[in-house]
Ligand binder design. Structure first.
Ligand SMILES: Cc1cc2nc3c(=O)[nH]c(=O)nc-3n(C[C@H](O)[C@H](O)[C@H](O)COP(=O)(O)OP(=O)(O)OC[C@H]3O[C@@H](n4cnc5c(N)ncnc54)[C@H](O)[C@@H]3O)c2cc1C
Length: 411
């Protein structure tokens, strides 16, 4: 079949790569170069352990404090607050314990096979060096905050995630740069990360082009239908692309396209920021997540990346780089000896649904349209598996992952 894949972030490119392996003809459509949207500047963590939703039990108690604190991990732009209020209420509903357990089980199914799903794509593209499995350290400065996270950690463990508790001495032996600030750690040895998420997407996309995929640089605006099927994708420049099927993987921009395919989903953007310290003098061997700082730190090819922050302000508002300054200030607190003389900053749009689960599946009532978006904080982790599962659906094969929690019709 000729499948048009809308979007060239990690999700769309992975879907295209898996579809090519099945012998389909693939055309990518996106307004910008591959890997230049949210997949560009994320923290690059590839974590089978990242199966907890963003909203956790009791989190609501911290929200007012976060909102009052200019350096807090969460901001809502006042003008956007009325638009996001209902979404936030839904989000809180999904942060209750029984919901968190259900969501974690679903995410674990998607994330456990991360490396199996990436391996054939990386090998084929000769891009194995962009992914390493060096483990992740979750670090805590106080007993109290470690205790706050225990329930979630135990939940992860109950689902087969390997997490080892380590004391201060072992922590500092593993990462001497963390000396003096953290008392407890949890080591997730199976986790990995990419040295450059944008390059990873570009490498897979370049291989897809070598394998015969076409690339159209344009914005998709809608579809031409023939009965209950999509016959063509309509582009903003007036062209149409005839196809036998379409995959919508346009990240945070997927909502209006999905709606035209009968899927009304509450897709919101949680804007996140990074600072990359190009001159970093740190010698970290693991990705490090510091929960008190709400900061993910990853040593990457281009420097030390400090990433995090959640900002609700919609798709159109310009970035507020003070959020990135806050990340750097936190990084300096964590690593007082950090040489941050050369840095770059970035903002990206995480595509988020209120239950922290993506949408993966066939569009309701359309025979040949599939949806793959809404991966929120875990799109790099879930990209390759999502692509593989979409290829199974397109081929009419049984998915390897239970996709029922990811249906667009759950809303
Ligand atoms: C600060 C930060 C840190 C993060 N850290 C991690 C991490 O460590 N690990 C992890 O797994 N995830 C992380 N994430 C999340 C991850 O980056 C996203 O989930 C992921 O990049 C989403 O990929 P995507 O392909 O769905 O979307 P994107 O990468 O945003 O791609 C969307 C694509 O759709 C295209 N598009 C948009 N509109 C249209 C249209 N109308 N027609 C055609 N194409 C269109 C865009 O041009 C783009 O090509 C982080 C995110 C942020 C912001």
């Amino acid at each position: 079949m000729h499948i048009v894949v809308v979007g060239t972030g990690i999700v769309g490119v992975s879907a295209g790569a898996w579809l090519l392996r099945d012998g389909h003809r693939v055309t990518f459509v996106a307004p910008d170069a591959p890997g230049e949207a949210c997949s560009f500047g994320n923290a690059g963590s590839l974590s089978p352990s990242a199966c907890l939703p963003v909203g956790m039990p009791g989190m609501w108690k911290q929200v007012p404090g976060w909102l009052m604190d200019a350096a807090g991990p969460l901001t809502i732009r006042p003008a956007y607050a009325p638009r996001v209020a209902a979404w936030l209420l839904r989000f809180l509903k999904h942060s209750r314990a029984h919901e968190v357990e259900r969501i974690a089980r679903a995410l674990r199914g998607l994330l456990a096979p991360i490396f199996d799903a990436y391996a054939p794509l990386l090998e084929h593209a000769g891009a194995q060096a962009l992914v390493r499995r060096s483990g992740c350290l979750y670090v805590y400065a106080s007993k109290e905050s470690a205790a706050r996270w225990r329930w979630g950690m135990d939940l992860r463990r109950s689902m087969g995630v390997d997490m080892r508790e380590i004391g201060r001495e072992e922590l500092e032996a593993l990462e001497p740069d963390l000396k003096g600030r953290f008392r407890f750690g949890l080591l997730a040895p199976e986790n990995g990360s990419t040295l450059d998420p944008a390059q990873l997407v570009k490498a897979l996309h370049a291989q897809a082009i070598t394998d015969g995929a076409a690339d159209v640089r344009a914005r998709a605006v809608g579809f031409e239908r023939r009965g209950d099927a999509v016959a063509a994708v309509r582009l903003a420049d007036g062209r149409t692309l005839a196809c036998d099927g379409v995959v919508v993987a346009a990240g945070a921009w997927s909502r209006t396209l999905a709606a035209q395919l009968g899927a009304r989903v509450p897709l919101e953007t949680q804007r996140g920021y990074h600072v990359t310290v190009q001159s970093s003098n740190l010698k970290l061997a693991h990705t490090v997540f510091a929960s008190e700082y709400n900061l993910m730190v990853n040593p990457m090819a281009m420097g030390l990346r400090l990433a995090g922050s959640v900002e609700f302000a919609g798709l159109a508002a310009p970035p507020d780089m003070r959020r990135a300054d806050v990340l750097l200030a936190k990084g300096r607190e964590m690593f007082p000896h950090l040489d941050a003389s050369r840095t770059s900053q970035w903002m990206g749009h995480r595509p988020c649904l209120p239950d922290s689960l993506p949408v993966i599946g066939r569009a309701p009532r359309i025979a040949n349209a599939w949806l793959a978006f809404g991966h929120g904080h875990i799109g790099m982790c879930g990209g390759a598996t999502t692509g593989r599962e979409i290829a199974h659906l397109v081929a009419g094969r049984q998915p390897q992952v239970d996709l029922s929690p990811f249906s667009a019709e759950r809303f």
